[in-house]
Ligand binder design. Structure first.
Ligand code: C2E
Ligand code: MG
Ligand code: MG
Ligand code: MG
Length: 274
């Protein structure tokens, strides 16, 4: 206990730890209020067809417009949100908002597929298929225009219920993608049994490709495997013309990355459309 260290260390404890705890509690309280205060924002990053160069979809990526700290990336608050049990309401908000936006694009003559990231908590939730169905119904978005991204790590940790959940989501007619593919030691044999549509190659492989030819071999292998399983394959984190040329030569279907566009607000994405 801090007291046992004597008066000085007790004061030290007070000053340092207290400040940290207060900061953390303040951050958590802010996060609890953020939904109600309308502080979350969705940006969208284009997904591009490699062969035609056309935008075929967009991934919804959450940001928090924090009143004091400014615009926060998901890395800053998703972990805390998960620990506080806030990822279900936040995830549900993302789902509904993204579906509503995709419906607007559709009605404007741009039937883009909107990709939504699912948190571990959402994916474990028995009511997820009902929530997804409700988001589709409320927005009037056709199910095939919604794509759900589940990380490889969540799939591998999901246990026996994974196949059932995937099947239930698939029955709704939405598309299913494995995100951050290649990082989580998938039991590859199992992939064949999952009703998925697409693999998203983790951006770490693209980033490391120039320095290490071994990384290029990993990308080549994932693309070949996706083709063998008749899955779509997309590479994320594409930043250069060289990376894109490599992906084209390998027959990668789609790409996403700063080379095409960073994530932008929906109004900005509209300007990138023909
Ligand atoms: P992710 O799903 O793998 O998303 C891709 C991340 O890579 C995004 O970061 C994106 O901005 C970034 N990125 C895109 N192109 C490039 C590039 O060319 N180079 C580099 N270096 N990076 C690129 P962001 O927006 O910070 O999102 C980080 C992660 O946060 C996402 O990774 C996703 O796992 C999570 N996330 C974001 N929004 C949501 C959400 O609504 N729900 C859940 N559960 N997770 C989310
Ligand atoms: Mg993603
Ligand atoms: Mg990803
Ligand atoms: Mg990633």
């Amino acid at each position: 206990h801090a007291k046992e260290g004597g008066r000085n260390s007790f004061q030290f404890f007070n000053a340092e730890m207290n400040a940290q705890i207060v900061e953390r509690v303040g951050f958590e309280n802010g996060l609890r209020q953020a939904l109600g205060r309308g502080e979350f924002i969705l940006e969208y990053q284009p997904e591009i067809d490699v062969a035609s160069g056309a935008m075929v979809g967009a991934e919804a990526l959450i940001r928090w417009q924090h009143p004091q700290l400014g615009l926060l990336r998901p890395e800053r608050f998703i972990g805390v949100a998960e620990e506080c049990g806030l990822m279900l309401p936040i995830g549900d908000w993302v789902l509904r908002r993204a579906c509503a936006q995709a419906r607007l694009w559709h009605d404007a003559g741009h039937p883009l597929v909107v990709a939504v990231n699912l948190s571990a908590a959402q994916f474990m939730q028995k009511s997820l298929p009902a929530s997804v169905a409700d988001a589709l119904r409320q927005s009037g978005l056709a199910a095939p225009l919604l794509e759900l991204e589940i990380t490889e790590a969540v799939l591998m940790r999901g246990g026996a219920n994974v196949a059932d959940m995937l099947a239930a989501l698939r029955r709704l007619g939405v598309k299913l993608t494995i995100d951050d593919f290649g990082t989580g030691y998938s039991r590859l044999g199992q992939l064949r049994n999952y009703p998925i549509d697409k693999l998203k190659i983790d951006q770490s492989f693209l980033g490391a490709m120039r320095a290490d030819p071994g990384e290029a071999a990993v990308v080549t292998t994932i693309i070949a495997m996706a083709k063998g399983l008749q899955l779509l394959v997309i590479a994320e984190g594409v930043e250069t013309a060289e990376q894109l040329a490599f992906l084209r030569a390998q027959g990668c279907d789609q790409y996403q990355g700063f080379y095409a566009s960073a994530a932008v607000l929906a109004t900005e994405l509209g300007k990138l459309l023909p």
